[in-house]
Ligand binder design. Sequence first.
Ligand code: NAD
Length: 480
Amino acid sequence: MIYYSYFYQNHNFNIELNIIFMDNSLKSIIDNQKNYFSSKKTINVESRIQSLKSLLKEIKLNEKEIEYALFSDLGKSKGESYLTEINFVYTEINIALKNIKKWAKRKPIKSTLINFPSSDYIIPEPYGITLHISPWNYPFQLSIAPLIGAIAAGNTVVLKPSEYSINTSKLLEKIISNVFDPGHVVVINGGIDVSSNLLEFKWDYIFFTGSIGVGKIIAAAAAKNLTPTTLELGGKNPCVVDETASIEVSAKRIVWGKFTNCGQTCIAPDFILVNKKIKQRFIDELKKQIVKIYGDNVVNNKEYGRIISDKHMNYLVSLLDKENILHGGKFNFNDKFFEPTLVETNDLDSKIMENEIFGPLLPIIEYDNFEEVHNVINKYSHPLALYIFTKKTEFGRKFLESYPFGGGAINDTVMHIANDRLPFGGVGQSGMGKYHGESTFKTFSHFKPYIIKPLWIDPPLRYPPFENKINFLKKILKLF
Ligand code: NAD
C-alpha cells in the first residue's frame, strides 16, 4: 500500500527518499497496467462481464463493512448508505452487465453516395490505462461508479480515493485487491502528494471528481500529454421557490436534498431564492420539516450524518460569522456535528455567498421580481444543478431551458441523479464530460469509425481530371 504521505510530512531527507521510492513504485504499478492492457486481456467482452460479476459478489460480501466504513467516515446511517451509495453501485453494475454486449458491439452505419460502394462501421474501443481520483463525500459510489464503466469498456484503472474518508478508502483497496489483478485495477491510497505524483505519468484517460480548484490542476496536468479528461466538479446550486410553489412539498424536498449527508452533496441546493410573498410561510415550513425529519434534538438522531473533518468544520463555522441565523447554528467539534441551519441573507458579497458551502447551512434570499432571480443566477453561472419549485410547469420548463447548468429539476432536488438514462455531469465551471449508465461506458470508449471498400469497382468520380465530371458531381452531391 502506498500510504507514504503522512510518513514523510516533517522530514526533508525522508521526503526526497520517499518521492524517489514512490515514483519507482508507481512506475512499476503503471508499467504493469500498460502490459496488462497490451496483453489484450481486457478486450474480451466475456472477461469484462466476469470481472463485473466478481466485483458485484465482493461488494455484496462486504456490504456490512461498507456500511461501517461510511458510518466511521461520515456518520452515515445504514439506510442512507444503502440508498445513496451501495444500491447506486448495484444498479450501475447490473445495468452494465445487462447491456455490455450491446454497448461493445461494432455498429453498422449508413454509407454515403460518394463512397459507394462501402460498408461503414463504428466500434467502441477502450482508451487504455485510466486514472481515477475521487472525493470523500460519497466515497464509495463516486469511486466505484466510474470504475464500472471503465472496466465495462475494457480499460485498466488506477483509483486514488480521498485521504479524508480513510476507512472507506482502505476498504476500497481491500475489495479491489480481492477481485482484480493489479495490472487491471488497483487502488493507491494517499494524499495530495500521491495524487500529484500519479499526475506526472502519461495516462490514456483521467476521470476526476472533486473541487473546481483541484479540477484546474488536473486539467493542467492532463493538458501536458493531451490526455482526455472528465471533470466532475462542484459550485453553488441555486434553488428558486416562486409564489405559486406548494410550500409543504417544496420545503420537505429541499430539506431532504440539502441535509442528506449533512449538506455534503455536490448537487444539493446551495441557497434558496424565495418570492417575498411566501417567504415567511416557507421559512416556517422549512423549520417544521427539519424538526419532522430530524427531530428536536438533531445531535441524537442516528439518521443525521457528520462533517468530514475539523478543517471543513472550521470553514463552515467561518461562514456563519455575522450571518442572521433563523434556525439551528449549533455545532460540536468533538463529533463533527453541525446542525441543519437556516440563514437569512440579502448580501451576495457575504462570505456564505462566495463559494460552494458543501455543508448543512442554507442561505435564504428573498426576491421581488424575476429580474433579481436572473441576476443572481447569472452571478453563479453554469452551476452543477439548478432547481425551481413552481406550479407553473411550462414556466418552470422555460426557466430551466434558459440557463446552462449540469442537471436539475422542477419541484424536486437531487433526484435527477436517480435515473441512469440521464447523463450526469457539469458544464463550464461545474465540469466537463458525463457518466452514469451507458454514458459511463461511452466516456471510457473511443468510438472508432472505419469503412470497408471492395476492390471490384472503383468509380472514377473522385479522381482528377474533374473537368467533365464537375456538373454531374454537383448534381449527385446535392441529392444528399
Ligand atoms: P478535492 O478536490 O479537495 O479532492 C478530490 C481528490 O483530489 C482527492 O482524492 C484529493 O486527494 C485529490 N487532490 C486534492 N488536492 C489535490 C492536488 N492539489 N493535486 C492533485 N490531487 C489533489 O475535493 P473534495 O474536498 O474531496 O470533495 C469536495 C468537492 O468535490 C466539492 O467541490 C464537490 O462539489 C465536489 N464533488 C463533485 C461531484 C460531482 O459529481 N460533480 C461529486 C462529489 C463531490
